[in-house]
Write a protein that binds this ligand. Sequence first.
Ligand SMILES: C[S@@+](CC[C@H](N)C(=O)[O-])C[C@H]1O[C@@H](n2cnc3c(N)ncnc32)[C@H](O)[C@@H]1O
Length: 352
Amino acid sequence: MELSQLIINQETFSIRALVETHRRVKRVAPCYPMSMDDFYGQDLAFVHAEAFEALAVSAAETLLQFLGRGAPSRRVLDLGCGAGPLSRRLSEKGFSTWGLDLSPALIAVARERLPGAEFQCGSIHDARLPKAAAAAAVGEVLNYATAHDPAALSGVFARVFKALAPGGVFLFDLAGPGRVGAGRSFTEGANWAVGLVATESSDQLLRKISTFREVDEGVRCRSYEEHRLRLWPAASVVERLRACGFRAQELPGYSGATMPPSLHVYLAIKPSWRQKYAPSERSLSGCRAPRARRAENALCKNGKAAEKQQCSAPKGRKPGQLDQCCDCRNQDQREHREVAIVDKQPDQFVEG
Ligand SMILES: C[S@@+](CC[C@H](N)C(=O)[O-])C[C@H]1O[C@@H](n2cnc3c(N)ncnc32)[C@H](O)[C@@H]1O
């Protein structure tokens, strides 16, 4: 019997069932090659969840810096969630999370670890994405997802853009050319080992991964997977994000993480309606007042003054009360602060 035939009904699938399955199969065939088209099958899923989640934890910290505090209604999409390390950190901070991954084995681990969160098995290309305040795709997810079709990258950006609320944040990484590094590695833990041979040609990276795992005393599994990734130069990624309507920039990395070679981190923000419609109005006044008031409002177009919450108000008006000094009584100070920052740093504007 092929191990791939044993992929278990998602609902009843559990680690215990997997171990039992392995026990039975491996006793008959102690070294049993897995079907080549398995992707993050049970052995590699186990190892990934054991030892390769540090980057996602750092990414969660970065995302939290942009999100501030959570609230039950603030949902975060964890795209290519794996065993859910990013979802776990965000739910600890009060966000509700929605995880999606192609691998049933990883989704099973995620569900077991975080029973209160939502996890779905499916593809980023066609799963229905719920509305959210933020989204993340951490750990080369989009390199995998675009391996066979370069046009798919803009497709994913457009889907995420649609799912995000105005002001929503999309944090992800993408490997670029040069990611192959040394090309060979061997990593081991208490009851597992992984050998990797990677080759890079043009915009493609191929990883051949052999996993060895002891599932019970004296019962060992070996599995083999081939992973194909498309490599993306940073400039073309930012360009595509902007073409989809995002404000986008590359970040130096995830919080506190030592980034692997050529793994780039991107932050994209869906503009709020204020940012989207502000520029034409801003050119005159720095705030969105009725046309007739624009000249008056020129008083508050000084970004510095707005940032300090002070302004050069005419005598008689109190400094620090931007809503009064510029005559835009329907706007609060926060809006002014945002507009001022957008004026100064169009690509670095971030809102929580
Ligand atoms: C290196 S793992 C990262 C997992 C997790 N984000 C983490 O950091 O621990 C890459 C993940 O992308 C998932 N993936 C690849 N292509 C996908 C697709 N089209 N839709 C959803 N998930 C995908 C894989 O199943 C795998 O779990």
